[in-house]
Design a protein around this ligand. Structure first.
Ligand code: FAD
Ligand code: NAI
Length: 463
């Protein structure tokens, strides 16, 4: 290996970086991974996907017990919230999984270089005062919260998602700035645990990027659950007075301002790529207008030998997208063919019901040509109805001429699980007829996908 310390150094041990490092090592490459956090796993395992799902899961049980859902099924309970224990199980989930990555690093002989990594040249980086040279360097530094100008995050009263996972008491009134994925997931957690939640969203609908009809249905359901939605509204300032905050809002199009009093404010207006302190210029790299590192088809950057994946590059900021890119980049470095089909990346919002989509929205599909759409309500799905989960629907969008499935969008209690089937069908180039003639087990929520596919040609059975 001549004078290189490693074949591959990956900077960042999130789902993109740790997966790239493990796959590179599996392929026989001498690999190290630089991570400045105390634990491996990045945003996702430490302060993102995993802890948020731990709180969503636990708060859903609490809600079902507290709001009489369990009683409807003959389960009588006296409900009391023990937030310390709920937070404890969140921490345990994080500890278990981050420790698991450390074990996998040892098992696969990936060396963890602890500290902040910065380029000192095109093939050298500095970590904690030591210099390392590698044939290939993968940038997988992820993203962090986008600040709102003029609003200071203290992680106590005005919090990012990290602070909103760690509240030690249930806020009385939580104002959420941004009706995207984080705002709705964490807003749901604290709403279920007893907070009043007001979501202030700049646009006229929640969840930008998702299918229009799904966005409307989502807003209807969140309102039904008691969330206050202030759409088409912008926050112009937040002032702290003692233990409380005053949030000033006004119509996005301009108009009279009003104030909201809150004891907690969550800033969730998006995330931005992490490139500060990397000294990209020493590697001959720059960032685009959105702060991302531009890449080619193989995840290669403008500098040969330097690659980039995950939240730091263009595309959806999702853990599974980062993971798949991690595998692909390692395979490309090893001389194999690593590919990610960016047209088929599912997205899931883990609220109740869950909201999931893959492929084109109806709006995008119609821009490209004629489409046929089949829809099926969860109300008419026997399993969802039996489980007292009637909200939502499945929508299958197919090309009008070829019948090829272009997109699938679902609101349903288990939409996140159901969407995997749609992604697989699309990956295999399925038509709506292929799905409609596939035997689905009964009684399952997934039958709603089959019936929505049948509805594309106008022939579902149960509606
Ligand atoms: P990251 O996970 O951000 O990891 C990058 C790592 O690099 C970090 O650990 C950082 O410390 C380290 N690092 C950065 N710079 C340096 C440096 N110079 N030297 C050393 N180390 C460095 N996505 C989903 O798909 N599903 C979900 O349910 C989901 N839930 C989320 C919930 C929340 C609250 C948040 C905030 C995000 C969520 N996401 C979810 C998004 C997901 O976490 C990210 O898309 C994913 O973590 C991106 O992976 P990554 O490897 O690109 O970067
Ligand atoms: P987001 O992009 O999903 O939503 C941000 C929202 O804030 C948008 O609706 C936007 O219109 C709004 N907004 C922007 N500026 C505003 C302002 N000044 N006032 C009011 N509203 C404003 O970003 P979010 O929720 O912060 O999440 C960041 C990323 O993390 C997401 O893009 C997602 O990829 C990832 N994530 C994924 C999850 C999942 O897969 N389940 C869960 C949580 C996060």
């Amino acid at each position: 290996m001549s004078d290189y310390d490693f074949d591959v150094i990956v900077i960042g041990a999130g789902p993109g970086g740790y997966v790239a490092a493990i796959r590179a090592a599996q392929l026989g490459l001498k690999t190290a991974c630089v991570e400045s956090r105390e634990t491996l796993g990045g945003t996702c395992l430490n302060v993102g996907c995993i802890p948020s799902k731990a709180m969503l899961h636990a708060s859903e049980f609490y809600d079902k017990a507290a709001n009489g859902e369990l009683a409807k099924m003959g389960i009588k309970t006296t409900v009391e919230l023990d937030l310390d224990t709920m937070q404890g199980q969140r921490k345990d989930a994080v500890k278990g999984l981050t420790g698991g990555i450390e074990y996998l690093f040892k098992k696969n002989k990936v060396e963890w270089l602890k500290g902040h990594g910065a380029f000192t040249g095109k093939d050298t980086i500095d970590v904690a005062g030591k210099s390392y040279r590698a044939k290939n360097i993968v940038i997988a530094t992820g993203s962090s919260v986008t600040p709102l100008p003029g609003v200071e995050i203290d992680e106590k009263i005005v919090v990012s998602s990290t602070g909103a996972l760690e509240f030690t008491k249930v806020p009385k009134h939580l104002v959420v700035i941004g009706g995207g994925v984080i705002g709705l997931e964490l807003g749901s957690v604290w709403k279920r645990l007893g907070a009043k939640v007001t979501v202030v969203e700049f646009l006229d609908a929640l969840l930008p990027g998702m299918d229009g009809e799904i966005r409307k249905e989502a807003a209807k359901l969140f309102k039904k659950q008691g969330m206050e939605l202030k759409l088409g509204t912008k926050v112009t300032g937040v002032t702290i007075n003692g233990g409380n905050a005053t949030v000033t809002v006004e119509p996005a199009a301009g108009g009279a301002a009003e104030t909201l009093e809150a004891d907690a404010v969550l800033v969730s207006i998006g995330r931005r790529p992490n490139t500060d302190g990397l000294a990209l210029e020493r590697a001959g790299l720059t960032v685009n207008k959105r702060g991302q590192i531009e890449i080619g088809h193989d995840f290669d950057t403008a500098t040969p030998g330097i690659w980039a994946i995950g939240d730091v590059v263009p595309g959806p900021m999702l853990a599974h997208k980062a993971e798949d890119e991690g595998i692909a980049v390692a395979e490309n470095i090893a001389g194999l063919t690593g590919i990610v089909n960016h047209d088929v990346i599912p997205g899931v919002v883990y609220t109740m019901p869950e909201i999931a989509g893959v492929g084109l929205t109806e709006e995008q599909a119609k821009e490209r040509g004629e489409v046929k759409v089949g829809k099926f309500p969860m109300m008419a799905n026997s399993r969802a109805k039996t489980n007292h989960e009637p909200d939502g629907f499945v929508k299958v969008i197919a090309d009008a001429k070829t019948d090829k499935v272009l997109g699938v969008h679902i609101i349903a209690s288990v939409a996140g699980t159901m969407i995997a089937q749609a992604a697989q069908a699309m990956e295999f180039g399925a038509t709506s007829e292929d799905i409609a003639y596939t035997c689905h087990a009964h009684p399952t929520h997934s039958e709603a996908i089959k019936e929505a596919a049948m509805a594309v040609t106008g022939k579902p059975i149960h509606i």
